[in-house]
Unconditional design. Structure first.
Lengths: 392, 209
């Protein structure tokens, strides 16, 4: 096998090659709410080789709309959502580490979630799917890790909701994680975050209700997805920064030959969208509807809303009392959804408990989504590679 | 002039010598927090040579990344914005090397150091050096010297101080100097005659009074 040199940084190029989804099956779990959910399927992908000592495993944790396909090229030719970071010689080097990424509980990409068949009814769960927490998602991930025969992970890493999971891992399974990278995350969702999620879900609730049992509605109603599309558009605004929007769209009009405003709202209440930012958002919204389930969106945003590490102990540092992992917290200067101050709250609470925490705020202009933007990859690559390397 | 400046500055600038003084002050196997750690060169040495548990604080993004790259634990904080996250007596030593004169609020930072560390090590360029004084006195110009190599309009050293100033300052912030080392022509000395006028650098081991 040819030696692939360490890359200073990489692009999304699918270097890892083809990957196949894998599935693990479990009897079920008792959720934090007390409800039993089962049986469970977990969809996951792996990259690289597990070492004989099983000590080189890294668990990738995806954000709200992500899935298990984090790197390489899947059956339909799609690149992984963080392909620029993961692969041979990349920031998370698959020649060195065994990388696992699973779709989260409640998702719609192969792991048990609202679109899965409810064994009691023989129909999809839909809105009957029990409400879950970030802790429940992590519990299912831990079951998968155990299923793969791994006692201790070298690292857990994720951004946004994935960062919440990385924190939850460190708190809940202190002896099972050597290190954690928490990117653009928070230890408790802010009221502003809850508010945006609430508006998003309410947009979905505005869609006509199809069938009371929550089934078959997708076939019977052509309006379906408009609410989810609005939810996604709202979400997307919160992931960008004002600066990026100005640079990317400005006040540009959508049609190049348009030399003025249309003074027209379109027909049948469907506004065409004159500004580029509008058509961009519309595209984001409508393409999201093609790839995401609205009930998963509801369930996952609720789980994010519920996330609050302070809740049980009253003080965040108390929650971190048993943490053993080395933790790296990364925030972005332009992230106004999970701003640096929230990362600093995590860092201070860990310091208070004398934990091994590192912190860096990166000056990147791309808002909350900075970690997924390729322009941020060079610095993120150096940081993550160096940190992973330093973990013993 | 320029080459000359670099030559004189080298001991503290290239870390070999200036850091020796600091490394020698630190007991093996202790916990050290380096404020303004740069790329982590001193901490790397302490880790390698003295088996020290290290942590750095740095405000510059690129330097912070380079410290993380070499496996040094580092926090990107602005010293002037406070160190209140660190618990009391959480470190055996807190180091502030060549940074005191660059702080907006040195009093606050040094009080925090005395709170966080059992001992503090502070090094700073001595603005009282006779050559610096001569430049000001005879030429009537803001001094540019090996220890203060930048012209007044683009210097990071916004609060120049002398060794005598430092002694007063430490008393005022509630500390006491346990050990004083003066760097004169690359040589560390103690009990120096006329240190305030002869030393290029001061290096002090300080604890809470």
């Amino acid at each position: 096998m040819p030696v692939i040199p360490i890359k200073e940084y990489a692009d999304s190029d699918g270097l890892y090659g083809r990957v196949q989804p894998q599935y693990a099956h479990f009897d079920g779990i008792t959720l934090e709410s007390g409800t039993f959910l089962g049986p469970l399927t977990v969809a996951y992908e792996t990259y690289g080789q597990l070492s004989p000592n099983k000590d080189n495993a890294i668990l990738m944790l995806h954000a709200l709309s992500g899935d298990a396909h984090v790197a390489g090229i899947d059956e339909s030719g799609r690149l992984g959502w963080w392909d620029a970071m993961i692969g041979p010689g990349k920031g998370i080097d698959t020649n060195r580490y065994f990388v696992i990424c699973s779709n989260c509980l409640g998702g719609c990409k192969g792991t048990t979630g609202p679109p899965s068949i409810n064994p009691e009814t023989g129909r999809p769960y839909g809105r009957q799917f029990p409400l879950i927490t970030i802790g429940d998602m992590v519990k299912v991930q831990a079951m998968l890790v155990e299923h793969l025969g791994i006692e201790r992970l070298h690292n857990v890493i994720g951004g946004s909701m994935g960062g919440m999971q990385a924190l939850e891992w460190s708190v809940r399974y202190p002896d099972k994680v050597r290190s954690a990278v928490v990117i653009a995350a928070t230890a408790r969702l802010s009221p502003q975050g809850i508010a945006f999620n609430w508006v998003g879900r309410n947009a979905i609730y505005c869609d006509p209700i199809r069938c009371s049992d929550g089934s078959d509605r997708k076939e019977s109603c052509e309006d379906t997805g408009r609410g989810l599309s609005v939810a996604r558009m709202i979400g997307h605004i919160t992931y960008l920064s004002e600066e990026t929007m100005e640079a990317k769209f400005g006040r540009k009009l959508r049609l190049k030959d348009m030399d003025g405003y249309l003074y027209n709202l379109g027909e049948n209440g469907v506004e065409p969208g004159e500004f580029e930012v509008e058509s961009y958002l519309r595209h984001q919204g409508s393409s999201f509807v093609q790839r995401f389930d609205e009930d998963s969106y509801i369930v996952i945003t609720k789980a994010i809303d519920y996330f609050d590490l302070e809740k049980e102990t009253g003080e965040l540092s108390e929650a971190f009392k048993d943490v053993q992992a080395k933790i790296l917290v990364i925030s972005f200067s332009s992230d106004w959804l999970y701003p640096t101050s929230m990362s600093l709250t995590i860092v201070r609470a860990l310091l208070k408990q004398h934990k091994d925490v590192s912190f860096i705020e990166l000056d990147l202009p791309y808002g909350h989504d900075s970690f997924l933007v390729n322009a941020g990859i060079p610095s993120m690559t150096r940081i993550i590679r160096g940190f992973l390397h330093g973990v013993r | 002039m320029c080459a000359d400046v670099r030559k004189i500055r080298s001991p503290f600038h290239e870390f070999a010598f200036g850091f020796n003084v600091i490394v020698d002050l630190i007991e093996p196997g202790t916990r050290v927090l380096d404020l303004g750690c740069g790329t982590g060169t001193l901490l790397q040495r302490l880790k390698d040579e003295k088996n020290v548990e290290v942590c750095g604080v740095e405000v510059d993004q690129e330097k912070t990344i380079r410290a993380i790259e070499r496996g040094i634990r580092v926090l990107r904080f602005d010293l002037d914005e406070g160190l209140d996250g660190f618990p009391e007596r959480s470190y055996d030593y807190v180091v502030l090397s060549r940074t005191l004169q660059q702080l907006m609020n040195p009093g606050r930072v040094v009080r925090e150091m005395l709170r966080i560390g059992a001992k503090s090590i502070i090094t700073f360029p001595n603005f009282g050096h006779w050559k610096v004084a001569v430049q000001y006195l005879l030429r009537g110009r803001m001094p540019v010297y090996s220890t203060h190599p930048h012209p007044w309009h683009r210097t990071p050293d916004i609060q120049p101080l002398t060794i005598d100033d430092f002694r007063d300052f430490i008393k005022r912030v509630g500390g006491k100097i346990e050990h004083e080392i003066h760097i004169i022509g690359d040589q560390p000395r103690t009990q120096t005659f006329w240190a305030n006028r002869r030393a290029e650098w001061g290096c002090c081991l300080v604890s809470a009074a």
